[in-house]
Design a protein around this ligand. Structure first.
Ligand code: NAP
Length: 245
């Protein structure tokens, strides 16, 4: 049985390890190729886009894929819609693995906003030193805010031709600790955070640190995802594969 895992997340890598252990299963991981030095998942790896839903259909047929698991990031909406469309077109069983959202708890000061572009416009005027933890691909909407200062954290540097807001780049890769996140917020005198509601443990420490320091978070909500079979954790995704062996 040949299983294609659309990856780029820690959950996808864990899933690849566990599914590879099942007898008679071959795992092919697909990465978009955004990260310069991605951690190599277990199994075969292919890198780069497929060329839309049609390209993915062709790939699924050429590679005789039996099961398709979309374990991409909750904000990677385009590939998830493509995966759902391709799987439906040629009737390949398809599962979406998407971790639960973070839930607001007492003490959290979240301003919940639909998109990164809207978040840039929603930053309160009182915010002067802002921690942008949204990766490197959507920094441009903040560039017009030239009267503020930004700490921008991402795994790889932004494209050199991208216009950035004033501030400092910090290249780092999670998981992050509560102690480390608290120290970072204090070191840079951060008064506001912009984050995506990614969910998961690896980057949750900033949310707790903000709560402890009483700092607001402009929290970008998740994009819409296709209606399809869906699980929220790796164990359930492995069980889904086992049911189809
Ligand atoms: P996206 O907007 O949903 O996808 C844009 C295009 O990139 C897709 O149409 C597809 O190209 C290609 N692509 C995306 N994921 C792919 C994969 N796993 N394998 C092959 N091609 C893929 O995705 P994105 O937000 O740019 O994210 C790209 C990757 O980074 C994803 O794999 C995701 O898991 C990971 N990631 C994203 C975020 C985030 O905040 N968005 C955070 C952490 C990790 P074609 O149409 O040509 O097939």
């Amino acid at each position: 049985m040949r299983v294609l895992i659309l990856g780029g997340t820690g959950d996808a890598a864990t899933l690849a390890t566990q599914v590879s252990l099942l007898p008679g299963v071959t795992v092919i991981n697909s990465l978009a190729g955004r990260t310069l030095q991605p951690s190599a998942p277990v199994g075969m790896v292919r890198v780069g886009g497929f060329g839309g839903a049609d390209g993915l259909v062709a790939y699924l047929q050429e590679q005789r894929i039996d099961l398709l698991i979309d374990a991409t990031h909750p904000f990677a909406a385009q590939i998830s819609w493509n995966a759902a469309a391709a799987a439906t077109t040629i009737n390949v069983p398809h599962l979406l693995l998407v971790r639960p959202e973070w839930q607001k708890v007492p003490g959290d000061r979240w301003l919940e906003i639909d998109t990164v572009e809207a978040a840039a416009q929603a930053i309160p005027t009182t915010a002067q030193r802002i921690f942008l933890t949204i990766g490197r691909q959507q920094l441009a909407p903040f560039a017009p805010l030239t009267d503020r200062w930004f700490l921008m954290r991402s795994i790889d540097p932004p494209a050199p031709d991208l216009t950035l807001p004033p501030g400092t780049l910090l290249l780092d890769r999670g998981p992050f600790t509560l102690e480390g996140e608290g120290a970072l917020l204090k070191k840079y005198g951060i008064d506001t955070i912009v984050s995506k509601n990614s969910g998961g443990d690896a980057t949750y420490a900033k949310v707790v640190a903000a709560r402890e320091l009483g700092l607001p978070i402009v929290m970008v909500q998740r994009p819409a995802m296709p209606q399809c079979d869906r699980v929220t954790n790796v164990a359930s995704a492995v069980a889904w594969v086992k049911q189809r062996l």
